[in-house]
Design a protein. Structure first.
Length: 328
């Protein structure tokens, strides 16, 4: 992995949403959705981004693609800073970055046929039209294991798994380098989830794709990811190779998350300690000072309230943000 080129580099990414009230829409506060996130993704790898609902995972993905303009920070894609690009250079670069959305029901226009949905990116970027466009759409449907004769059908005629395949075909239409997969399986039946994940892996190998895979299913993330980043209340608290993270977590939040993953071995399961976190996730409108996790952390001391933990490499390739994470 060390020899691979970095495709995407995020530095201190911040995304705050203003809260407005009254007739004059006065700003009375901020939602701290993403609060200083840094990581990189190598070409051809899959970075899994996990955490509880509302921790800022999807916002991070959308801000990377500039669907939201970040409050501050930098997003480098192939050493180009997307946050400083004008609309036209960014539009051209968008061919290389695509997204698979979480809800296969809401992300497809019910008034458009499959041909229109999958072909639209190529029309927008003037890559194909007429019979050539139709042939390319058939080719893409074949790639995602859908019958090419479905071209003239509408989204309501498909199941959730088939709709998500249409969304994947649309994301592939422009031959992208990076695909942000925003919980692409969470709305699907369990029986279909493995099929979609296997399809994503096959496509990655075939086209050397790079994925940011956002999810909260920890076992699925371990299956598909090369490295895993754990997010809590707008911050990344731990980042490591998938096996290192699952076998030897250092951050107390990661330990609690992993203790909830069932192990299919009754003897191991019986000896394992479940870590139950007390309290609720604080509001992102008013996050705790210092370490955001301190209000629920069993290790919390006064320094956790005073100082934000430094993002440091505890062993090679394993980074953590905690004052008390240690090798013992």
């Amino acid at each position: 992995m060390e020899n691979q080129e970095t495709l995407l580099r995020i530095e201190d990414l911040v995304m705050h949403f203003p809260i407005k009230r009254g007739i004059f829409q006065k700003v009375v506060g901020q939602v701290h959705a993403v609060d200083g996130v840094s990581f990189d993704i190598k070409k051809g790898e899959t970075l899994g981004l996990v955490g509880e609902s509302g921790c800022g995972k999807s916002t991070t993905g959308r801000t990377i693609l500039q669907l939201y303009k970040p409050t501050s920070g930098h997003v480098y894609f192939d050493d180009l800073d997307l946050t400083t690009l004008g609309s036209e250079p960014l539009r051209r670069l968008r061919r290389r970055m695509q997204m698979i959305f979480q809800d296969p029901y809401a992300s497809l226009n019910p008034r458009m046929t499959v041909e229109s949905i999958v072909g639209e990116p190529m029309l927008v970027h003037n890559l194909a039209s007429g019979p050539a466009l139709r042939d390319r759409v058939k080719e893409l449907l074949n790639l995602v294991n859908l019958n090419p004769s479905y071209l003239d059908r509408y989204p309501h005629e498909f199941s959730g798994g088939q709709r998500q395949r249409i969304g994947i075909a649309r994301a592939l239409a422009l031959n992208p380098d990076l695909i942000v997969c925003d919980e692409p399986i969470s709305a699907l039946d369990v029986s279909i989830q493995a099929q979609v994940v296997n399809l994503l892996e096959d496509l990655q190998q075939k086209f050397n794709l790079t994925y940011l895979f956002i999810a909260h299913d920890l076992s699925m993330v371990r299956h598909i990811s090369t490295r895993v980043a754990v997010m809590y209340l707008g911050n990344i608290v731990e980042l490591a190779n998938r096996n290192d993270l699952y076998d030897r977590p250092y951050h107390p939040y990661t330990k609690a998350l992993l203790s909830a993953v069932p192990i299919p071995d009754p003897e191991v399961e019986e000896k394992r300690n479940r870590i139950i976190l007390t309290g609720d996730v604080p509001s992102p409108i008013n996050p705790p000072s210092g370490c955001h996790f301190r209000t629920r952390c069993p290790l919390a001391q006064s320094i956790c309230a005073e100082k934000r933990p430094e993002w440091r490499e505890i062993v090679p390739g394993h980074q953590v943000a905690c004052h008390f994470a240690s090798l013992d």
